[in-house]
Ligand binder design. Structure first.
Ligand SMILES: [Ca+2]
Ligand SMILES: [Ca+2]
Length: 268
């Protein structure tokens, strides 16, 4: 009886692991090695929010940033005055490296340029940003880039509604992609002082405010935000729209498989 139960348990475990591995196939580039920060904002108290990636890059909630109901679980509401969050360590992207920023958000104001994500160096103007109601192409659009050059879309994202946004930088400013709710938008380029490459300086990342140049507070709610060190595909982005929590589950499954492999080896 003991043996039968043991085999049954093993069979179930194997089946579970195979299922999880198959589920993971569609997340080609989304794994714990490519996510540099992943903030679900699902906590209910305290002045920090946990990073669900492997990096432990928790963010501090500043100046009264509030927890509210989000797209998935809780989210953070920024007051458009002085609220922001900032990561405890550098995000880990510099130079012209690939990057993807994804988030759900609900904008509540069309007043002024509003920073969603920024990191870099202010004194040399070597930063990277994603903003709402952008410098060019607004109102109510997404504008992304650097002093070196920018990419934006003139398509609008209305107030008081949840939208999913992804900005993908694959190594050339002119090849930047901006997705609204999983759909790639028409891109317009604004060339700055450089060519087609970024010169980003690494730093902690601020969300809801441009902490690099101390400007552009965002008014609205942000949820399920993540930064990856790769250029994610359209399939990846459409998967992510379903919630980073499910991606985290796949990541955990990967660890489970590793742990299972170790146990199996040790009992052989
Ligand atoms: Ca959430
Ligand atoms: Ca405040």
């Amino acid at each position: 009886m003991k043996v039968v139960l043991g085999r049954l348990t093993l069979f179930c475990l194997n089946f579970t692991i195979i299922s999880l591995l198959l589920t993971g196939v569609s997340y080609a580039k989304i794994d714990s090695n490519t996510a540099l920060g992943m903030w679900l904002f699902d906590g209910s108290e305290g002045d920090s929010a946990r990073d669900s990636s492997d990096n432990g890059n928790d963010v501090m909630l500043m100046n009264g940033t509030k927890r509210v109901a989000g797209k998935f679980g809780n989210a953070l509401e920024f007051d458009g005055q002085d609220d922001y969050v900032v990561s405890s360590s550098d995000i880990g992207i510099s130079g012209n490296s690939e990057r993807t920023i994804v988030f759900w958000f609900k904008p509540l104001s069309s007043e002024g340029r509003q920073s969603i994500v920024v990191w870099g160096a202010g004194e040399t103007l070597k930063f990277y940003f994603v903003e709402y109601n952008g410098f060019q192409g607004g109102p109510n659009n997404i504008y992304a880039g650097a002093f070196d050059g920018d990419a934006y879309t003139e398509e609008t994202l209305p107030l008081e509604q949840w939208h999913h946004v992804a900005v993908v930088f694959p190594g050339k400013i002119s090849e930047t992609k901006i997705y609204y709710n999983g759909v790639s938008q028409e891109i317009i380029l604004w060339q700055g002082n450089q060519g087609d490459e970024l010169e980003t300086v690494d730093s902690p990342v601020s969300i809801g405010y441009d902490l690099v140049l101390n400007r552009q507070p965002f008014k609205g709610v942000i949820d399920d935000i993540a930064i990856f060190k790769v250029a994610l595909t359209e399939d990846d982005i459409q998967s992510i729209m379903g919630g980073l929590g499910s991606i985290t589950a796949v990541s955990t499954a990967g660890k489970l498989a590793t742990a299972w492999g170790a146990i199996k080896t040790s009992t052989d």
